[in-house]
Design a protein around this ligand. Structure first.
Ligand code: M6R
Length: 610
């Protein structure tokens, strides 16, 4: 995945582009580049590595006049290098292009263009685009771009500038996000809203197959067939400061600490103050449609999938509807048993994960009612699903997902309760009790910070030189364990493995020896005795055992002195609380090992390629 920015107006262009790219670095950060005008010439600057390398390379003020485009890259075709960095140009140097996505027929197009005399300078799929525009150019850049994109297969968000129209950006969207920020006598383009928040909160969200022509005073949007499109204006409510670090050393730590707010905001307006029950009136899913649902499928990737697994345990327990949870990258290849009685839940922070979107489309094709749970307003998942529930976590910048995860869990609780009450599977009093405990979650999370953050920071030092960490749990805790191990490995690069504690003796116990760290999640009262046996199993074999348990589980202390006691909530709610120490452990272990926490190697925030 990559990030795109564009600007047209009267400001100095380089700082606007570089600021925008900095906000989009979470989308990829192995090289960066900008293109624009200086002394009437179209100039391109690019550099492998972080944005700082590009800034060094820009001589003096870089591009200064009127208009420019920029790109931060996460390599898919061609290694991260200066020559593969965007923008790419055509043979004449008339057009510069930045692109996010994948051109699937790149091989065939490249051959055809080379046969027609075009010389290529990179290994990227993107470079076919400026050459195609050059091929079709007969004096009108917009017409040339339209013809060029008709030849492309795959996903793309592109921005184009042309030497002969130095006051104009052309942008096209197909399966990759692109927004337009509206200013006064200036306009912006970007892959995501945080890149323009410093300048404007008024945005248009481009739809697939739309072309935008952007000048300082006008934004015109057309379909690829040339029909004008009347765009709906989105007013962004986020404070620009929400996309900044606000004094925290890393976005991840800031986002961990934003969870009380994320949880509260995600519940806001979804609890009926009169009944004390969940009210999801934003859904088009009627009571009779809910009655007819005989199966739920959950489609998601990574952390969102772990939220889905916890959702599965909740929906099955409360609403007694069978749930099939599948990783998005597998879902569409398994001939899934989905029909018009299926509710398909698609969970995605970004709403742009390629596999998750493909899963959504597959479920829809098979007749399911699709419901997206996403954090990004107007994202592809939000637009394509029949229904959407937004997680109001605010922009999540760190690659490791934290506040979006707990907000997704909140939605899982709301939805499970809503389905359960609608199907009369639980009593209203019981639902009301869970809802009222949910309203205390923000305070309980704050208590976890106060009581444990410093201890966890110290504890995580012990993992500085560890090669492996194991996470075990039973029931919902086994799903929390999966999230704990993913968080640890993605940012600290320590190998970690999670398993249902009962599975230990079927193989993994062979790896437990003196000094091996094991994190035991033991928050589920009904399973506590069994968990305690598993903890003794690993302790006897020399494991360094850290337990995460609910307050009051005093037996824990007999097994290990390292126990994190969480506020005593209903067992159902414990996954939200146990997520906090797991995130902090990963964060402080990564810090102790000197890792780049917000931008872990080889990873991007949102994976828009399959
Ligand atoms: O935007 P999405 O929620 O669809 O992203 C899914 C995964 O790529 C994401 O959760 C990933 O696993 C995170 N880096 C984990 O922290």
């Amino acid at each position: 995945m990559c990030g795109i920015v564009g600007y047209v107006g009267n400001r100095k262009v380089t700082p606007v582009l570089v600021n925008g790219l900095r906000r989009l670095e979470y989308r990829g950060y192995d090289s960066a580049g900008i293109a624009g005008y200086r002394s009437g010439q179209l100039r391109v600057y690019k550099a492998a590595g972080r944005l700082a390398n590009l800034e060094q390379r820009i001589d003096g003020e870089g591009v200064v006049e009127r208009c420019g485009i920029g790109h931060t890259r996460w390599a898919t075709h061609g290694s991260p290098s200066d020559s593969n960095a965007h923008p790419h140009t055509d043979c004449t140097g008339n057009f510069a292009v930045v692109h996010n996505g994948i051109i699937e027929n790149n091989g065939e197009l490249r051959q055809w263009l080379q046969d027609n005399g075009h010389a290529f300078h990179s290994e990227t799929d993107t470079e076919v685009i400026p050459h195609l525009i050059e091929h079709y150019y007969e004096g009108n850049p917009i017409a040339a771009v339209k013809k060029a994109v008709q030849r492309l297969k795959g996903s793309y968000a592109i921005a184009v500038i042309s030497r002969e129209q130095p006051n104009q950006l052309i942008a096209v969207r197909q399966d990759s996000p692109l927004i337009i920020g509206l200013g006064e006598t200036e306009n912006f383009l970007a892959s995501d809203i945080p890149a323009v928040l410093e300048y404007t909160r008024s945005v248009y969200i481009l739809e697939d197959g739309e072309i935008a022509v952007v000048t300082p005073d006008r934004v015109e949007v057309y379909t690829v067939d040339g029909e004008p499109v009347l765009k709906k204006l989105f007013k962004v409510e986020w404070d620009p400061a929400m996309a900044e670090k606000e004094g925290y050393e890393h976005f991840m730590l800031k986002e961990i600490h934003e969870q009380p707010r994320a949880v509260r905001e995600t519940m806001r307006g979804r609890i009926d103050p009169n009944t004390g029950l969940v009210n999801l009136e934003e859904l088009s899913l009627t009571a009779s449609r809910i009655q007819a649902i005989d199966k739920v499928v959950l489609i998601a990737a990574g952390t969102a999938f772990h939220a889905g697994l916890i959702g599965k345990s909740l929906i099955e327990k409360l609403a007694r509807i069978p749930v099939m949870a599948e990783v998005a990258s597998e879902f569409r290849y398994m001939d899934p048993m989905v029909d018009d009685k299926t509710l398909a839940l698609v969970i995605s922070q970004s709403g742009e994960t390629a596999d998750t979107l493909a899963g959504l489309r597959e479920a829809k094709r098979r007749g399911a009612h699709t419901l997206a749970i996403t954090n990004v307003l107007g994202s592809s998942a939000a637009r394509e699903a029949d229904d959407v529930i937004y997680t109001w976590a605010g922009p999540e910048i760190a690659v490791a997902s934290t506040k979006a995860y707990t907000a997704q869990l909140v939605v899982m609780y709301l939805l499970a309760l809503h389905l359960a009450v609608s199907k009369s599977r639980i009593r209203s009093d019981y639902a009301r009790n869970i809802v009222s405990q949910m309203q205390q979650l923000d305070d309980w999370i704050k208590c976890v910070f106060v009581a444990h953050e410093e201890r966890i920071r110290e504890y995580a030092q012990r993992w500085t030189n560890k090669g492996h960490v194991f996470f075990i749990g039973r029931g919902a805790d086994s799903y929390s364990a999966l999230e704990g191990q993913l968080k640890l490995k993605e940012i600290s690069y320590i190998h970690a493995e999670a398993l249902a504690a009962g599975e230990l003796k079927h193989g993994t116990l062979a790896l437990i020896e003196d000094g091996v760290p094991v994190v035991a999640l033991a928050t589920q009262h009904a399973l506590l005795d069994k968990m305690i046996s598993n903890m003794r199993e690993v302790k006897t074999r020399g494991a360094e055992l850290l337990a995460i348990a609910a307050a009051g589980s005093e037996q824990m202390k007999q097994i290990t002195s390292d126990v994190i006691f969480l506020p005593k909530a209903d067992d159902l709610l414990m996954p939200i609380l146990s997520a906090i120490p797991l995130q902090l452990l990963a964060y402080y272990a990564a810090i102790a090992r000197g890792c780049d926490v917000d931008k872990p190697r080889n990873l991007a925030k949102s994976v828009t390629v399959e």
